[in-house]
Design a protein around this ligand. Structure first.
Ligand SMILES: [Fe+2]
Ligand SMILES: [Fe+2]
Length: 365
């Protein structure tokens, strides 16, 4: 399996992970001849898909939880929030069940370096992002040996952290291009709106509600809404702020292209000790693949390859399946273990993703 930009779709490629839009299956796993769906995918805001082809045969892209668990959590969250907007009642039973199943899976997954980034259409972004933020947060928490109760608080809070966005005007929320100062201040209100919404659920612990309220706070006081500092931010908030930013950066948005994993990790590391808790950034990044399996990279010898396996002890030197020569011509693929070939390094990562250079200022909301 590998991740390709929709422009790179070839007739022999088959969809390796189903594509959904607004809860509806658009492309099922195994569907071939997909180039004809490119305009449709673009309309939905989907620029990348996971495919299976000869070049990527046998390459696995590890995720922290099963695909069906992710999909069902997204559906449950979507249904819960839609129902809430009609009936004004927020039912949390099903959400709790989904948080519990994610916790169980994460606690039972062996220590892996996660490579998978969930793909979201514009309409599904908030649901996909909420589930991913929960999964990343729980990955950090399991290393801190949280008990079941703390994991549940963190899981519920992270799953609902952006619920306030449903009260923000859609045209501004999904605006292509930069927000005006005023619009930005307005969108920032989603954390307060989220907290106010969650206060109406009596069964939800206050600590979970505060995750919605404070997830944009930063250790150095540069965050919002209150500009709190260091000891005013409990560990839940320190965790979610890292998970939230990482997922936002590595996902395609209407106003900018997704960042490659290594760039998003650099972003966190550069700001660790300032905006983010350095210990938690360390715990998190150790569980992520710097160069995700299935991504196209350029090597220092000019050849191109697909990352095929991680080297746990040397995250910068995975196995690469070399597939093209320096002129971009296909060659008979061969595997290169960069831990053994020390003269070769990766010089460019997630090439198809870099096709349109990402913008430099990520005002993550
Ligand atoms: Fe978020
Ligand atoms: Fe947010």
């Amino acid at each position: 399996m590998r991740l390709v930009s929709i422009e790179m779709l070839q007739p022999e490629m088959k969809i390796a992970r189903a594509v959904y839009n607004q809860g509806t299956l658009v492309l099922p796993e195994g569907r071939g001849n997909v180039a004809k769906y490119i305009p449709n995918l673009r309309n939905m805001g989907i620029e990348y898909v996971y495919v299976e082809d000869d070049k990527s045969q046998g390459i696995e892209i590890p995720d922290a939880i099963a695909e069906r668990t992710r999909t069902s959590c997204k559906r449950i969250l979507q249904n819960t929030i839609e129902q809430f907007s009609f009936t004004d009642k927020l039912e949390t039973k099903e959400l709790e069940a989904c948080v519990n199943s994610v916790i169980t899976e994460i606690l039972n997954t062996p220590d892996i370096q996660v490579s998978l980034n969930d793909i979201a259409s514009n309409d599904e972004y908030t649901y996909t992002h909420s589930v991913s933020t929960m999964v990343y947060s729980l990955m950090i928490a399991r290393k801190l040996n949280y008990n079941k109760q703390k994991l549940t608080i963190l899981g519920m809070g992270t799953l609902l952290h952006d619920i306030g966005k449903m009260l923000i005007d859609r045209d501004i929320m999904f605006k292509e291009g930069d927000l005006t100062r005023q619009e930005y201040e307005y969108v920032k209100m989603h954390s307060l709106y989220g907290y106010q919404t969650l206060r109406r659920i009596a069964s939800l612990p206050e600590a979970a509600r505060l995750i919605a309220y404070m997830h944009h706070e930063r250790l150095d006081g540069s965050g919002y809404p209150q500009g709190l500092v260091a000891d005013e931010l409990n560990e839940y908030i320190r965790i979610v702020s890292i998970a939230d930013v990482y997922d936002a950066l590595t996902t395609d948005r209407c106003y900018r292209k997704k960042w490659p994993a290594n760039k998003a990790m650099d972003f966190l590391v550069e700001r660790s000790g300032k905006e983010f808790d350095p210990v938690l950034v360390g715990i998190f990044t150790q569980q992520l693949a710097v160069y995700p399996n299935g991504s196209l990279v350029r090597l220092s010898n000019g050849y191109y390859g697909i990352v095929s396996k991680q080297n746990r002890s040397m995250p910068l030197r995975p196995f690469v399946r070399v597939v093209q020569d320096p002129r971009g011509e296909d060659i008979i693929p061969y595997e290169l273990d960069l831990m053994k070939e020390l003269s070769v390094t990766i010089t460019e990562s997630e090439l198809e993703i870099n096709r349109n250079k990402p913008s430099v200022s990520p005002d993550e909301l």
